[in-house]
Every structure is written in C-alpha cells, then in structure tokens.
Design a protein around this ligand. Structure first.
Ligand SMILES: Cc1ncc(COP(=O)(O)O)c(C=O)c1O
Length: 429
C-alpha cells in the first residue's frame, strides 16, 4: 500500500470514529440535559386545584338543567368554548366519542346509513358511527396533508350514504370548502371531528363551523384538557336543542325535569371537568401560539434533512391545533432503520413520540367484523379480504413510516428543538 493511501485510510477511519463520538456525545448530552427539560403534560397550577376545591366546597357537584342550574361551571364553559370557537352553540359532554355519537343521532343518522370517515384517525371516529347502528365507510388520505382526500369521496357515495366525518388530524384541516360542495350536491350531513383541532382556522373560519356540527375531545393528551371531556358546537338552534336533549335524558331545554319528550341518554359533562377546563382555556392562547411557532420551525429544519418529510399544512390554513406533530421518514436514507427502531432510538434518548393510529381498516374489530349484533356490514369497504392495505395504499404507506411528536414537544424551548433536530440528523450516520 502506498503511503498516501495509508494516510487516507487512517483519516477515513479517524473520521468515522470521530463522527461516532460526536453522536455518542450528542446522545449523552441529550440524555443529561434534554430529557429533564421537556415540558410534561398536563400543565397546571394552583388555579386548577382551587377550582376543584371550590366545586367540592360548593356542594353543587352537577350542573343541573338549563332552567335550574346547580353548579355554574358547565354553563360558563359552554359559553366560553362557543365564543372561543366562534360558533353560536356549544353543548358539553363527558368525552369526545359520545360527542360524535350525539351529533350523528341529532342529525338523524341511524340504522343502516353509511357514513364516510377518514381512515387515518382514532377508532372513536368510526366506533361512534357503529354506536348509532350506522356503517362507517373508510376514505383514504392525501399523501402530503395526511387528512381525508376529498377527491376520493364521490366514489364512496351510494344511495345509503347520509353523512361524512372529516377528521382534522393534528388539527390540519380537511379541504372543507371542497367537501361542502360534495355534501351539498348529495345532501349529506357533515360532522367535523375536531378532537385535534382546537383553535384551527381554515380560510378564515374556525374548524367545527364548516360542517353541520363540530365535535371536540378534552381527553388527557389533548391540547385543552380535563382528563376526559368533550363538546359539540353548531350554528343552528334547533340542532343545538336536539343535541342537548339527547345528552340530557331526552329532556326539553328549560322543561320540567321529569318530562322526557324524546329518547335520550346521560352524557352530561361534570362540574369537575368544566371547572378544570375554565382554567385550562385561560392558558390555551399562549400555548397555541407557541405550538404554531415551534411547529413552523420544526417543519423548516426537519424538511431540510434528506429523508424526512413533515405533514404539509393544508393550503388555506392559518392556525393549527397541533395535537401531534407528524412526519414520515425514508428508511433508505436512515441506513434501513425500521419505524420501530426509529421510534426506539428517539425514546431511548429521551425524546418522546406518540404511536400513530393504525389505519381503521387494519383494526381487529373492523377486520374481523366484531361489531353490532343484527347489523349487516356486507356493503362496507372493509372486513375480511376487503381490509387489505392495497385498497388503502396511501394511509398504509404513511402509517408504515410515520413518527409523531406529542403536542407538548411543541411547547419546548428552541434549544430543545435544536437538540431533537441534531439527534434526528445523527440517526443518518
Ligand atoms: C380523532 C379523534 N376523535 C375522537 C376521539 C375521542 O375522544 P375521547 O377520547 O375524548 O372520547 C379522539 C381521542 O383520542 C380522537 O383522537
């Protein structure tokens, strides 16, 4: 071997060792400094504790009815959330799943009706449809925005179709103007699943106001939370009254408490939930602003890394709820790392990630059709052989290589975000 090539080889080996050392140092410093400084969720202070104490001491442990208030928290929260979401009416319930169910029931969806649902979502968007004895039909997603591909909707419409449930994943809007053109053309109801979309704005209008109604979740991981909780918003008084009646035992608003004029159930929100939400909603605007700023920064920096593509914000969206921060990676550009390995690397080094939702068609309950007795699901585009990834190619591909940061990462400092970016880069070496 010539002296020059010996020297070159030594320098190559030294470079490799050095590069490895840098990433080890990076990982170690991340473990020492990064992990402990990540914001944890939920964020609360004495105000939440006092609010709960006040409910207990008041002796008014439930909200009562519109005519005879017991506690005040639920009623005040409903007003505040309607105002915040710029809608006319808000009905608070005890979680986001029953919020979807109540909206469907109040809009007249029921036995044997088909409801088109985004395939990339939490099971609740479809299980709420099942609860009404209707049948969810799954719609594939857009490869860039990760939300329902509105260009696929018309192909899924049959004479049984009665409604559409667009899900604004991560708070990223489905193209609601296009969707409304389709729903108007076929006379379909629209229930926006806004469980991730608190404060999201599309073409100047807050999400939840594009459809007949919008439903929200305040479950523990959500950007506005009371551990469990939900709400339905709408801009139609008759619909609001029908929803209210359904979630309050079939009572009429301001009617006699033992008069049950229609079928209803009890999905009322508790005073404890509302008391916490009234404190959390005060904290929300500053957190929302920070999430949006940090998401912009992360998108710019992560997209500059070859092999990383972050969720593209739908054109026309000005603010997102940013419940999670999703991105996909190209395994080839990361030395063949699998999704599990990518996640493990991040988690073992103190960077929390969320598990993304497996597409609905792949869930056991839909694959094996373990659902409601007496309902035929034979027309559905899932179940048995139909629950095949090849029929839902986009969501199957995205899911196979997607990673999500939980929303609290977006409340980190820029230094923390820089550490994450550096760490992701180090996974390429
Ligand atoms: C998209 C979506 N829809 C509905 C729900 C249901 O909300 P909840 O858990 O409050 O019932 C969730 C909750 O995670 C969700 O992510």
């Amino acid at each position: 071997m010539k002296p020059l090539s010996v020297l070159l080889n030594i320098s190559k080996i030294a470079h490799k060792i050095f590069a490895n050392e840098i990433s080890i140092i990076l990982i170690m410093s991340f473990k020492q400094e990064g992990k402990k400084n990540f914001p944890t969720w939920p964020i609360y202070d004495n105000n939440e504790i006092n609010a709960l104490n006040n409910v207990i001491k008041s002796g008014k442990w439930w909200c009562g009815s519109p005519g005879t208030h017991q506690g005040e928290n639920v009623w005040i929260f409903q007003e505040q959330f309607a105002k915040f979401q710029e809608s006319d009416y808000c009905i608070a319930v005890f979680n986001g799943t029953v919020a979807i169910e109540a909206a469907l029931i109040a809009l007249g969806i029921g036995f044997g009706d088909e409801v088109i649902v985004s395939n990339y979502t939490f099971v609740a968007s479809a299980s709420a449809v099942i609860a009404t004895n209707a049948i969810p039909i799954f719609c594939d997603i857009n490869a860039d925005t990760f939300v329902m591909d509105v260009d696929l909707i018309e192909k899924l419409i049959t004479k049984r179709t009665k409604a559409i449930i667009p899900v604004h994943l991560a708070g990223n809007p489905v193209e609601m103007d296009k969707l409304r053109e389709i729903s108007d053309k076929y006379n379909l109801k629209v229930i926006e699943d806004c469980a991730h979309a608190h404060g999201s704005i599309y073409k100047g209008k807050k999400l939840g106001n594009w459809g007949d109604s919008g439903t929200f979740s305040f479950q523990a991981s959500k950007v506005l939370t009371s551990g469990e909780g939900g709400a339905i918003i709408c801009n139609n008084e008759l619909l609001a009254d029908t929803i209210y009646s359904y979630i309050d035992c079939g009572r009429k608003k301001n009617g006699y408490g033992y008069s049950h004029f229609s079928y209803g159930t009890n999905y009322r929100m508790t005073e404890y939930q509302a008391a916490i939400l009234l404190e959390q909603i005060k904290k929300f605007p500053a957190q929302h602003k920070l999430r949006n700023e940090n998401a912009q920064y992360l998108m710019k920096e992560l997209n500059a890394i070859e092999g990383i593509k972050t969720m593209k914000i739908t054109s026309g969206a000005t603010k997102l709820g940013w419940y999670v921060f999703p991105f996909i990676f190209d395994p080839q550009k990361f030395g063949g790392l699998t999704k599990e390995e990518f996640n493990t690397q991040l988690n073992q080094n103190g960077i929390p990630t969320d598990n993304c939702y497996p597409p609905l068609h792949s869930l056991d309950c839909f694959k094996e059709v373990k659902l409601r007795k007496g309902i035929s699901y034979s027309h559905a585009n899932w179940g048995g052989n139909k629950s095949n990834d090849k029929y839902f190619p986009v969501v199957s591909d995205i899911y196979s290589r997607s990673i999500e940061f939980p929303q609290e990462i977006l409340l980190s400092s820029r230094d923390q975000l820089d550490l994450i970016i550096k760490f992701v880069k180090s996974l390429k070496s």
